[in-house]
Write a protein that binds this ligand. Structure first.
Ligand SMILES: [Fe+2]
Ligand SMILES: [Fe+2]
Length: 377
């Protein structure tokens, strides 16, 4: 069932002219600028909605309705780290030595180039596209945390480039100069274009589907598929004791991204639950098309980054890995698997699980500045 404009307006409390009428006596406009005023009545938790909510004050975090969003926020906060905590001395020595083959250097450079701008793409999509349209305070609290983590990740790539004395221009321009990277980023940017328009709204079925498409494009495909191939490439070197500083940075990023992915899937499934009419067979088919296209882009990227393969890694293994990951992601948003491919890197699952153990990241510096340390000199 597709909601017609009137039905959607009835749900959202919006009049046919686009003028928002007060809902339950609250003249507070949640999502857009303009007539902001403090609502008169206390909010009811059951009125909270992930999108298209006009009746609840988004400035008020409590009472919580979506506990998963708050849990993801707390888990994210428990994972504080900074790139500069990771010693890069061994990597500098390895990079200057002849321990790395030309193929391994290419693999490292391609992944630095891809992630260096992909992290910023994700951050900008959160702030400029997603945040405006999520009308739930606990989800926005998580989005603020995630945006900070994406900034830390971009920082990590600058820190690596600086530590190894790499050409900053080469790494940060790969997204426009290396076709396999450009293709993945253009795929993502195209998904955001409509959502970025000032006139964009989720009040129509087509608009809400566009936002869902954006969430799937970033959480499920960018962070859930494209990033995981990169993690497997770099962490396979780490397993061979090569470039362990970069490997450790990637382990921290992987730990954060696992939560980003889980939050995104909870948000997508939550919106589907709130507005089942959005999840039409046509839209499901569109999501499957997007995923198939993304897998093709990822395979092209693997061929570019691994033209001859390196010890234990070949491009065709990444074809299988991308298909395997795509299947898992499709299943988590309620779609059937597409490829039936096995996992060529079972150790990746172990790496993700290890991230949950407290002592896994024991090499980090944990002396964060706390309230007790605050001085005003
Ligand atoms: Fe990230
Ligand atoms: Fe992320």
């Amino acid at each position: 069932m597709v909601l017609a404009g009137d039905q959607l307006r009835a749900r959202t409390g919006q009049g046919p002219s686009g003028h928002r009428r007060p809902v339950r006596g609250i003249s507070f406009q949640v999502r857009r600028g303009g007539d902001w005023s403090v609502p008169q009545a206390r909010i009811r938790v059951e009125d909270k909605r992930l999108i298209n909510c006009e009746s609840v004050d988004v400035n008020q975090l409590m009472p919580l309705k979506y506990r998963w969003a708050w849990e993801h926020y707390l888990n994210g906060c428990a994972n504080n780290w900074l790139p500069s905590e990771v010693p890069m001395g061994p990597d500098i020595a390895t990079w200057r030595s002849d321990r790395l083959t030309a193929a391994e250097r290419l693999l490292i450079m391609r992944n630095l180039g891809f992630f260096a701008t992909a992290e910023s793409l994700v951050a900008n999509n959160i702030i400029l596209a997603i945040f405006r349209h999520v009308t739930n305070a606990e989800c926005r609290q998580y989005l603020l945390r995630q945006a900070f983590e994406e900034a830390v990740h971009t920082h990590a790539f600058h820190y690596i480039v600086e530590s190894l004395g790499l050409d900053e221009g080469e790494v940060f321009n790969m997204y426009r100069e290396i076709p396999a990277i450009t293709a993945k980023d253009e795929f993502e940017m195209a998904i955001t274009t409509d959502v970025l328009r000032p006139s964009f709204s989720t009040e129509t079925c087509a608009g809400a589907q566009r936002l869902l498409e954006d969430l799937i494009g970033y959480y499920v495909i960018m962070e859930g598929l494209f990033f995981y191939s990169g993690f497997a490439m770099i962490l396979s070197l780490h397993r061979r004791n090569l470039m362990t500083g970069i490997g450790e940075q990637f382990q921290y990023i992987l730990r954060d991204e696992t939560i980003h992915l889980n939050f995104g899937i909870d948000l997508i499934n939550g919106i589907k639950e709130e507005q089942p009419a959005l999840w039409t067979p046509d839209f499901q088919g569109h999501v499957r098309d997007l995923m198939r296209h993304a897998v093709d882009l990822e395979i092209a990227y693997a061929r570019d980054a691994l033209p001859e393969g390196v010890l234990g890694l070949r491009a065709d293994m990444f074809q299988q890995y991308a298909q395997h990951i795509a299947d898992r992601r499709l299943e988590r948003i309620g779609l059937r698997a597409e490829y039936g491919a096995g996992n060529p890197f079972p150790w990746m699952s172990e790496t993700i699980d290890l991230g949950k153990e407290k002592n896994f990241f024991e090499s980090r510096v944990t002396e964060y500045r706390s309230a007790a340390d605050l001085r005003w000199d």
